[in-house]
Design a protein around this ligand. Structure first.
Ligand SMILES: [Zn+2]
Length: 254
Protein backbone atom coordinates (compact mmCIF):
# COMPACT_ATOMS: atom_id res chain seq x y z
CA UNK A 1 0.00 0.00 0.00
CA UNK A 2 0.98 3.57 -0.54
CA UNK A 3 0.88 5.06 2.93
CA UNK A 4 0.49 8.75 2.21
CA UNK A 5 -0.61 9.50 -1.37
CA UNK A 6 -3.58 7.27 -2.18
CA UNK A 7 -5.80 10.37 -2.22
CA UNK A 8 -3.54 12.22 -4.67
CA UNK A 9 -4.76 10.70 -7.99
CA UNK A 10 -8.22 12.15 -7.34
CA UNK A 11 -6.77 15.65 -6.92
CA UNK A 12 -4.53 15.29 -9.98
CA UNK A 13 -7.42 14.00 -12.12
CA UNK A 14 -9.70 16.81 -10.96
CA UNK A 15 -7.06 19.44 -11.75
CA UNK A 16 -6.35 17.85 -15.14
CA UNK A 17 -10.04 17.69 -16.11
CA UNK A 18 -10.78 21.18 -14.75
CA UNK A 19 -12.92 22.72 -12.03
CA UNK A 20 -15.82 23.41 -14.41
CA UNK A 21 -16.27 19.67 -14.90
CA UNK A 22 -15.11 18.32 -11.55
CA UNK A 23 -16.19 20.52 -8.64
CA UNK A 24 -14.75 20.41 -5.16
CA UNK A 25 -17.48 18.09 -3.83
CA UNK A 26 -16.81 15.50 -6.52
CA UNK A 27 -13.07 15.92 -5.94
CA UNK A 28 -13.51 15.19 -2.22
CA UNK A 29 -15.72 12.19 -3.03
CA UNK A 30 -13.03 10.97 -5.43
CA UNK A 31 -10.32 11.31 -2.78
CA UNK A 32 -12.50 9.31 -0.39
CA UNK A 33 -13.06 6.59 -3.01
CA UNK A 34 -9.31 6.47 -3.72
CA UNK A 35 -8.53 5.74 -0.07
CA UNK A 36 -11.51 3.52 0.74
CA UNK A 37 -10.21 0.14 -0.56
CA UNK A 38 -7.77 -0.19 2.36
CA UNK A 39 -10.80 -0.40 4.66
CA UNK A 40 -10.63 -4.12 3.85
CA UNK A 41 -8.14 -4.34 6.72
CA UNK A 42 -11.18 -4.08 8.98
CA UNK A 43 -12.66 -7.25 7.46
CA UNK A 44 -9.48 -9.14 8.31
CA UNK A 45 -9.36 -7.65 11.80
CA UNK A 46 -12.97 -8.67 12.38
CA UNK A 47 -12.10 -12.19 11.25
CA UNK A 48 -14.49 -12.23 8.26
CA UNK A 49 -11.79 -13.61 5.97
CA UNK A 50 -8.11 -14.44 6.06
CA UNK A 51 -5.56 -11.85 4.97
CA UNK A 52 -5.14 -13.28 1.47
CA UNK A 53 -8.77 -14.40 0.99
CA UNK A 54 -11.12 -12.85 -1.58
CA UNK A 55 -12.54 -10.59 1.15
CA UNK A 56 -9.19 -10.03 2.87
CA UNK A 57 -6.61 -7.32 2.21
CA UNK A 58 -6.27 -6.42 -1.50
CA UNK A 59 -9.26 -8.65 -2.12
CA UNK A 60 -12.61 -7.58 -3.58
CA UNK A 61 -12.17 -3.92 -2.59
CA UNK A 62 -9.06 -3.78 -4.80
CA UNK A 63 -10.88 -5.05 -7.89
CA UNK A 64 -12.21 -3.58 -11.13
CA UNK A 65 -15.72 -4.69 -10.18
CA UNK A 66 -15.60 -2.77 -6.91
CA UNK A 67 -14.37 0.38 -8.66
CA UNK A 68 -17.21 0.23 -11.20
CA UNK A 69 -19.79 -0.48 -8.49
CA UNK A 70 -18.56 2.44 -6.36
CA UNK A 71 -18.64 4.74 -9.40
CA UNK A 72 -22.22 3.73 -10.20
CA UNK A 73 -23.23 4.15 -6.57
CA UNK A 74 -21.64 7.60 -6.36
CA UNK A 75 -23.43 8.74 -9.52
CA UNK A 76 -26.73 8.45 -7.64
CA UNK A 77 -25.69 11.61 -5.75
CA UNK A 78 -24.48 13.48 -8.82
CA UNK A 79 -27.77 15.33 -9.35
CA UNK A 80 -30.00 15.40 -12.43
CA UNK A 81 -28.73 14.91 -15.97
CA UNK A 82 -27.44 11.75 -17.60
CA UNK A 83 -24.19 13.33 -18.75
CA UNK A 84 -23.47 14.63 -15.28
CA UNK A 85 -24.19 11.24 -13.71
CA UNK A 86 -22.06 9.37 -16.24
CA UNK A 87 -19.20 11.83 -15.72
CA UNK A 88 -19.38 11.46 -11.93
CA UNK A 89 -19.52 7.66 -12.22
CA UNK A 90 -16.48 7.59 -14.51
CA UNK A 91 -14.51 9.97 -12.29
CA UNK A 92 -15.27 8.06 -9.08
CA UNK A 93 -14.56 4.70 -10.71
CA UNK A 94 -11.19 5.99 -11.97
CA UNK A 95 -10.33 7.36 -8.53
CA UNK A 96 -11.22 4.02 -6.90
CA UNK A 97 -9.25 2.13 -9.53
CA UNK A 98 -6.18 4.29 -8.85
CA UNK A 99 -5.86 2.59 -5.47
CA UNK A 100 -5.23 -1.01 -6.60
CA UNK A 101 -3.18 0.37 -9.48
CA UNK A 102 -0.79 2.14 -7.10
CA UNK A 103 -0.71 -0.91 -4.83
CA UNK A 104 0.02 -3.13 -7.82
CA UNK A 105 2.91 -0.95 -8.99
CA UNK A 106 4.67 -1.27 -5.61
CA UNK A 107 7.20 -4.07 -5.54
CA UNK A 108 6.08 -5.56 -2.24
CA UNK A 109 2.93 -6.96 -0.72
CA UNK A 110 0.38 -9.46 -1.96
CA UNK A 111 -1.40 -8.91 -5.27
CA UNK A 112 -4.93 -7.71 -6.01
CA UNK A 113 -8.07 -9.71 -6.78
CA UNK A 114 -8.48 -7.63 -9.97
CA UNK A 115 -11.25 -9.69 -11.54
CA UNK A 116 -13.55 -10.14 -8.54
CA UNK A 117 -16.42 -11.17 -8.63
CA UNK A 118 -15.57 -13.22 -11.76
CA UNK A 119 -12.38 -14.50 -10.20
CA UNK A 120 -11.33 -14.15 -6.55
CA UNK A 121 -7.72 -15.18 -7.23
CA UNK A 122 -4.87 -12.68 -6.86
CA UNK A 123 -3.07 -11.41 -9.94
CA UNK A 124 0.13 -9.35 -9.92
CA UNK A 125 0.94 -6.68 -12.49
CA UNK A 126 3.83 -7.57 -14.74
CA UNK A 127 5.53 -4.24 -13.97
CA UNK A 128 6.08 -3.17 -10.35
CA UNK A 129 8.59 -0.34 -10.51
CA UNK A 130 7.98 1.50 -7.22
CA UNK A 131 10.83 0.35 -4.95
CA UNK A 132 9.43 -0.11 -1.46
CA UNK A 133 11.22 -3.30 -0.41
CA UNK A 134 12.90 -2.80 2.95
CA UNK A 135 11.23 0.59 3.41
CA UNK A 136 9.16 1.10 6.57
CA UNK A 137 5.42 1.56 6.30
CA UNK A 138 5.71 5.06 7.79
CA UNK A 139 8.43 7.67 7.97
CA UNK A 140 10.37 10.20 5.94
CA UNK A 141 11.95 7.67 3.58
CA UNK A 142 8.55 6.29 2.64
CA UNK A 143 7.17 9.77 2.15
CA UNK A 144 10.07 10.82 -0.08
CA UNK A 145 9.76 7.71 -2.24
CA UNK A 146 6.01 8.24 -2.64
CA UNK A 147 6.57 11.87 -3.58
CA UNK A 148 9.10 10.81 -6.19
CA UNK A 149 7.30 7.80 -7.69
CA UNK A 150 3.67 8.80 -7.20
CA UNK A 151 3.58 12.57 -6.61
CA UNK A 152 5.90 13.37 -9.52
CA UNK A 153 3.94 11.56 -12.25
CA UNK A 154 0.65 12.87 -10.86
CA UNK A 155 1.99 16.42 -10.95
CA UNK A 156 2.92 15.87 -14.58
CA UNK A 157 -0.58 14.49 -15.30
CA UNK A 158 -2.27 17.52 -13.71
CA UNK A 159 -0.06 19.95 -15.63
CA UNK A 160 -0.55 18.09 -18.91
CA UNK A 161 -4.33 18.28 -18.42
CA UNK A 162 -4.19 22.02 -17.73
CA UNK A 163 -1.99 22.59 -20.77
CA UNK A 164 -4.32 20.57 -23.03
CA UNK A 165 -7.34 22.48 -21.76
CA UNK A 166 -5.58 25.79 -22.42
CA UNK A 167 -4.59 24.67 -25.94
CA UNK A 168 -8.16 23.54 -26.61
CA UNK A 169 -9.58 26.89 -25.51
CA UNK A 170 -7.02 28.69 -27.68
CA UNK A 171 -7.58 26.53 -30.76
CA UNK A 172 -11.34 26.17 -30.86
CA UNK A 173 -13.36 28.78 -32.81
CA UNK A 174 -15.42 31.29 -30.89
CA UNK A 175 -18.93 29.99 -30.41
CA UNK A 176 -22.04 32.10 -30.30
CA UNK A 177 -24.84 30.36 -28.44
CA UNK A 178 -27.58 28.93 -30.62
CA UNK A 179 -30.24 31.49 -31.30
CA UNK A 180 -27.92 34.47 -30.94
CA UNK A 181 -28.64 36.83 -33.82
CA UNK A 182 -25.70 37.88 -35.96
CA UNK A 183 -25.45 41.64 -35.85
CA UNK A 184 -24.98 43.68 -39.00
CA UNK A 185 -21.30 44.08 -39.86
CA UNK A 186 -20.34 41.13 -37.64
CA UNK A 187 -17.59 38.74 -38.66
CA UNK A 188 -18.76 35.79 -40.73
CA UNK A 189 -17.68 32.29 -39.65
CA UNK A 190 -14.90 32.46 -42.23
CA UNK A 191 -13.53 35.64 -40.69
CA UNK A 192 -14.77 38.13 -43.30
CA UNK A 193 -16.79 41.19 -42.35
CA UNK A 194 -19.77 42.03 -44.51
CA UNK A 195 -20.48 45.67 -45.20
CA UNK A 196 -23.84 46.71 -43.80
CA UNK A 197 -26.91 47.21 -45.91
CA UNK A 198 -28.15 50.79 -46.13
CA UNK A 199 -30.75 51.64 -43.55
CA UNK A 200 -29.74 48.86 -41.18
CA UNK A 201 -30.28 49.38 -37.47
CA UNK A 202 -27.10 49.48 -35.47
CA UNK A 203 -25.44 49.36 -32.10
CA UNK A 204 -27.49 49.40 -28.96
CA UNK A 205 -30.67 48.31 -30.63
CA UNK A 206 -29.00 45.23 -32.08
CA UNK A 207 -27.16 44.37 -28.87
CA UNK A 208 -30.34 44.72 -26.85
CA UNK A 209 -32.09 42.39 -29.26
CA UNK A 210 -29.54 39.62 -28.67
CA UNK A 211 -31.06 36.71 -26.77
CA UNK A 212 -30.41 36.28 -23.06
CA UNK A 213 -28.34 33.16 -23.82
CA UNK A 214 -25.85 35.30 -25.75
CA UNK A 215 -25.72 37.99 -23.09
CA UNK A 216 -25.01 35.44 -20.35
CA UNK A 217 -21.98 33.96 -22.09
CA UNK A 218 -18.73 35.95 -21.50
CA UNK A 219 -17.39 35.05 -24.95
CA UNK A 220 -20.63 36.18 -26.61
CA UNK A 221 -20.58 39.35 -24.50
CA UNK A 222 -17.11 40.19 -25.78
CA UNK A 223 -18.26 39.52 -29.33
CA UNK A 224 -21.33 41.68 -28.87
CA UNK A 225 -19.21 44.54 -27.51
CA UNK A 226 -16.79 44.25 -30.44
CA UNK A 227 -19.66 44.20 -32.91
CA UNK A 228 -21.25 47.24 -31.27
CA UNK A 229 -17.94 49.13 -31.54
CA UNK A 230 -17.62 48.19 -35.21
CA UNK A 231 -21.18 49.23 -35.85
CA UNK A 232 -20.61 52.55 -34.11
CA UNK A 233 -17.50 53.22 -36.19
CA UNK A 234 -19.40 52.39 -39.38
CA UNK A 235 -22.26 54.67 -38.36
CA UNK A 236 -19.84 57.53 -37.75
CA UNK A 237 -18.28 56.96 -41.15
CA UNK A 238 -21.64 56.91 -42.89
CA UNK A 239 -22.72 60.03 -41.00
CA UNK A 240 -19.65 61.87 -42.22
CA UNK A 241 -20.64 60.98 -45.78
CA UNK A 242 -24.22 62.08 -45.25
CA UNK A 243 -25.64 58.58 -45.63
CA UNK A 244 -26.78 57.91 -42.09
CA UNK A 245 -30.51 57.41 -41.94
CA UNK A 246 -31.18 55.61 -38.75
CA UNK A 247 -29.48 55.09 -35.41
CA UNK A 248 -30.89 52.90 -32.67
CA UNK A 249 -34.25 52.94 -34.31
CA UNK A 250 -34.55 56.73 -34.45
CA UNK A 251 -34.67 58.33 -37.89
CA UNK A 252 -31.96 60.98 -38.30
CA UNK A 253 -31.71 63.34 -41.22
CA UNK A 254 -28.25 63.76 -42.76
ZN1 LIG B 1 -4.55 -0.99 -0.78
Amino acid sequence: MATYLHFAPAIALAVAIGPRTVGWRLTLAGAFCAVLPDADFALVTLGLDRYSGPYGHRGFMHSLGFALALGAFGALWAGPGRGRQLGAAAFLALCTLSHPLLDGLIDRGICNAWWWPLDGARHCLGWRPIPMRGVGLFGAQRFQLELLWIGGPLLALANAGMLLRRLWRWARPARVPAGARRLPGAAEPGGTVRSPAPGTRWGGAGAAAAPAAARDCPRAQRQLRAEAMRAFATALRLHRHGQWREVNGAAVQP
